[in-house]
Design a protein around this ligand. Structure first.
Ligand SMILES: C[S@@+](CC[C@H](N)C(=O)[O-])C[C@H]1O[C@@H](n2cnc3c(N)ncnc32)[C@H](O)[C@@H]1O
Length: 304
């Protein structure tokens, strides 16, 4: 494990003791392998079988998944939602998001028979979102997805949110009639604030595609969480570890990537959210330019 990884883990409040145990186990393993190589060379017997040197299990790998398939104690995710310490301070190059893996989703969640892998994000929405529902799009830009959703999902209400004047002016221009009819709303402002104005339990599809930093996604998820109807869908775009597209030299070559919309943290934020609130995984999409969607469903119980 690199020094950078250790520093990031500590900065994020992950348990240093566990890290130390993992490092200790790594060092012990290497020492054992070195000794066994020397002794086997001396004896002329060749390398000793690998099993002679075993990595000591560190606490890190234990008790993560409860019998029910969810963590009995979410010790890989912050105690408070969105409290990945230091996340708000990292900018441009998010070394931590590269060296510290996001929390893993347990197999019990990903291997369910009804979790689907679909080829196209738009078709995926057509397959899973009820016609005539209520839709919110966080981050609407030029309206590619918005127009598709209006055309194919025939929502009774679509709210498009964006922090960009240009994006919202386009939205208003393109949908003047639907705005007058009360079907479409184009809201200018920061998504967290705009989401807070929506009624609770009112949205069938919440599509999150705004700020892509850990803090941004995490805050959007928290703000959107109770706005989605129980049983409703939340879809996150760009569910991948780091942005590699659309960047010019020299950033393209750098190890830590600053994304188009900020430092990346979509998987970190999404996985923490899924584990914390135990939302059901519905589908993932493949994307030719690596911009997959992940769809999760709010549990029917209102407590989630
Ligand atoms: C990837 S684009 C959205 C693309 C669109 N969803 C689609 O699929 O056609 C991201 C958008 O999020 C907006 N955005 C970034 N940060 C935001 C924030 N904090 N609040 C609202 N919108 C934000 C950007 O202005 C940009 O228009």
């Amino acid at each position: 494990m690199s020094k950078a990884a250790v520093a990031c883990d500590a900065a994020e409040g992950l348990q240093a003791a566990k890290l130390q145990a993992a490092i200790g186990a790594e060092l012990e393993l290497k020492k054992c392998q070195r000794q066994s190589r020397v002794s086997s060379e001396r004896s002329g017997l060749g390398h000793l079988p690998r099993a002679t040197c075993r990595r000591k299990r560190s606490n890190e790998t234990t008790s993560w998944i409860s019998p029910a398939g969810f963590p009995s104690k979410p010790h890989q995710i912050p105690a408070q939602a969105c409290a990945r310490v230091g996340a708000s301070r990292v900018s441009r190059t998010d070394i931590c998001s590269l060296s510290v893996a996001p929390p893993t989703l347990p197999d019990a969640l990903t291997e369910k028979a009804n979790v689907r892998l679909l080829g196209d994000r738009m078709r995926a929405l057509s397959l899973t979102v009820p016609l005539g529902g209520s839709i919110v799009e966080v981050g609407t830009l030029t309206g590619t997805l918005r127009r598709y959703m209006l055309g194919r999902l025939k929502p009774s209400r679509l709210v498009a949110i964006d922090v960009s004047d240009i994006a919202i002016s386009m939205c208003k221009k393109q949908h003047a009639d639907q705005i007058a009819a009360g079907t479409v709303q184009c809201l200018l402002g920061d998504s967290k604030k705009m989401l807070a104005t929506l009624p609770e339990d009112s949205v069938d599809l919440m599509y999150i595609d705004g700020e892509h930093s850990y803090g941004g996604v995490c805050a959007d998820l928290e703000a959107a969480r109770t706005k989605v109807k129980p049983g409703g869908l939340m879809v996150l775009n760009d569910y991948y570890l780091m942005e590699t597209l659309f960047m010019g030299w020299p950033r393209q070559a750098s190890v830590a990537h600053a994304g188009r919309w900020g430092v990346y943290g979509v998987i970190h934020a999404a996985n923490e959210f899924i584990l914390r609130y135990q939302w059901e995984l519905v589908y993932m999409t493949l994307h030719p330019r690596n911009e997959p969607d992940i769809a999760i469903r709010r549990p029917a119980a209102r407590s989630a």
